[in-house]
Design a protein around this ligand. Structure first.
Ligand code: PRP
Length: 213
């Protein structure tokens, strides 16, 4: 049996065509069903639906053999025991620094102000500002980061930006790109050794599909 961990939403939707290319079709749609374990057309493959930030954990412990996780999630997780063979070229967005419209970020940086920065991505933010030689107070949040500059909790946020609509709707502007983000295939190293005959062809099919898209 091969178990693949996926999260609902964008990652699941973007992974469906890749699974299809590997000859795998889920029997249920996780947006419609409350099932957390989905059977597929292949008796030897099942999908487990977990929170995006939990995908690496399931794969690390071998509860899932493979998974699809955003680079944003992987950078915040200890990736011991994880093999990351492929950038799937899906779930593309950018990790950005954003501030309230009218906040002069460049001037604040120039005068060496110690900014309060709210984010779910503490590791990425810490490294980014350290590289710039900036001292910041990082405030850990679990979602709706856009609210932080609007309520005075923070001067800036570090968050994912895709269409830019969320920033715009909250009168925020992106002032700095930290890195491009996309989703990766992750594989449990031990499972790859033991079940290579089943897993390697899947990796190859994902690779071909990712390159073609
Ligand atoms: C992400 C991110 C932004 C939004 C950006 O949140 O945190 O809030 O998407 O997308 P946009 O530029 O297209 O508006 P997501 O919807 O993934 O939910 P989350 O807050 O749970 O991370």
């Amino acid at each position: 049996m091969i178990t693949i961990a996926l999260s609902k939403g964008r990652i699941f939707d973007d992974t469906v065509p890749l699974l299809k290319a590997a000859g795998i079709t889920a029997h249920d749609d996780p947006e419609k069903s409350r099932k957390l374990i989905l059977d597929t057309n292949r008796a030897d493959v099942k999908l487990v639906i977990v929170r995006a930030s939990d995908v690496p954990t399931y794969v690390q412990y071998g509860a899932a053999d493979l998974g699809v996780a955003g680079k944003d999630v992987l950078l915040e997780t200890d990736s011991m025991g994880l093999y990351q063979p492929l950038d799937l070229n899906i779930g593309k967005c950018r990790m950005m620094v954003a501030v309230r419209e009218g906040f002069d970020y460049a001037a604040a940086v120039k005068r060496g102000a110690r900014l309060n920065v709210a984010t779910k991505y503490v590791q990425v933010a810490r490294e980014h500002f350290a590289q710039k030689g900036m001292h910041v107070n990082l405030i850990k949040l679990y979602g709706s980061m856009e609210l932080a500059p609007l309520t005075g909790l923070a001067d800036a946020i570090v968050d994912l930006v895709s269409t830019g609509n969320t920033l715009k709707a909250n009168q925020l502007i992106a002032v700095e790109e930290i890195m491009p983000i996309s989703s990766r295939l992750i594989v449990n190293r031990a499972a790859l050794k033991v079940k290579r005959d089943q897993i390697q062809p899947m990796i190859d099919a994902f690779e071909r599909a990712a390159q073609a898209s």
